[in-house]
Design a protein around this ligand. Structure first.
Ligand code: NAP
Length: 248
């Protein structure tokens, strides 16, 4: 069976690197994005240039109807889903908890937590052997922030990633007997555009001296961990959360 992988937030950064590597390893890839169609198209083109198959699918993962439509489109365009990477995630301007308001907390939790839950739900409905599916694998992209807490920067974002870790463990146990493995990765400081949305484009450079390996990570280094967890090489691994953080 042709492996079919949906990557949420696959248009840039870690998601785009994962799309490229997955295509090189034989997956047909659905590249989800929220608003930047040109970036998603670039990723699709890069996959096609390397000989792979990819489609771009617009959907806001925090919208239940968007998520349901996205999973229908994946099945129509690529065939039955075999894997999901819950990668879409946001953070906002660095600040302290005393300055957070409910609107921001809702935005962060709606994309990072509710979005991941909705996509995981749809993936289970597609892949569970209990529902006639063929099984599959899910990788949730968390963050070392879930453990470190992101004091003075974005405790809201860190807490949303704590919820992702709990989703990973709970869902892994729930569907272990249904042919689905669920794992997580916790990236550390990775060179992507995400840090600019927190107001500090140079954040990785500022903090890299505190990383035991002495540098920030590249999106491809996270992608390789994700692809391992998705692969049969990880056949006895479920409910695991792999730190990809240079030791920090
Ligand atoms: P990024 O470069 O900012 O890319 C974010 C991606 O998510 C984009 O494709 C974006 O699409 C998409 N996205 C955002 N909100 C969405 C929504 N509501 N629905 C659908 N797609 C949405 O981020 P990144 O650094 O690669 O991070 C990817 C994941 O790794 C995130 O979950 C992040 O929390 C996690 N992570 C990153 C780091 C790091 O240092 N970079 C560290 C730890 C964990 P549009 O551009 O179209 O909005």
């Amino acid at each position: 069976m042709n492996p079919v992988l949906l990557i949420t937030g696959g248009s840039r950064g870690i998601g785009a690197a994962t799309a490229l590597l997955a295509a090189q390893r034989g997956h047909a890839v659905a590249v989800n994005y929220r608003q930047d169609a040109a970036a998603a198209q670039q990723t699709v083109l890069a996959v096609e240039r390397s000989g792979g198959q990819a489609v771009a699918i617009q959907a806001d993962v925090s919208s239940e109807s968007d998520v349901e439509r996205m999973f229908r489109e994946v099945a129509q365009q690529l065939g039955p889903l075999t894997a999901l990477v819950n990668n879409a995630g946001i953070l906002e301007q660095q600040t302290r908890v005393e300055h957070l308001d409910a609107a921001r907390l809702r935005r962060i939790f709606e994309t990072n937590v509710i979005g991941s839950f909705l996509c995981a739900r749809e993936a289970v409905r597609c892949m569970s052997t209990r529902r006639g599916g063929q099984g599959g694998a899910i990788v949730n992209v968390s963050s070392r922030a879930a453990v470190l807490g992101s004091a003075g920067e974005y405790v809201d974002y860190a807490a949303s990633k704590g919820a992702i870790d709990t989703l990973t463990v709970g869902l892994a146990h729930e569907v272990a007997g249904e042919g689905i493995r669920v794992n997580g990765v916790r990236p550390g400081l990775i060179t992507t555009e995400m840090h600019a949305s927190g107001g500090e484009a140079g954040r990785v450079a500022r903090l890299s001296a505190g990383v035991p390996l002495g540098r920030g990570g590249e999106p491809e280094e996270v992608a390789r961990a994700i692809l391992w967890l998705l692969s049969d090489e990880a056949s006895y691994t479920t409910g695991a959360i792999l730190d990809v953080s240079g030791g920090r």
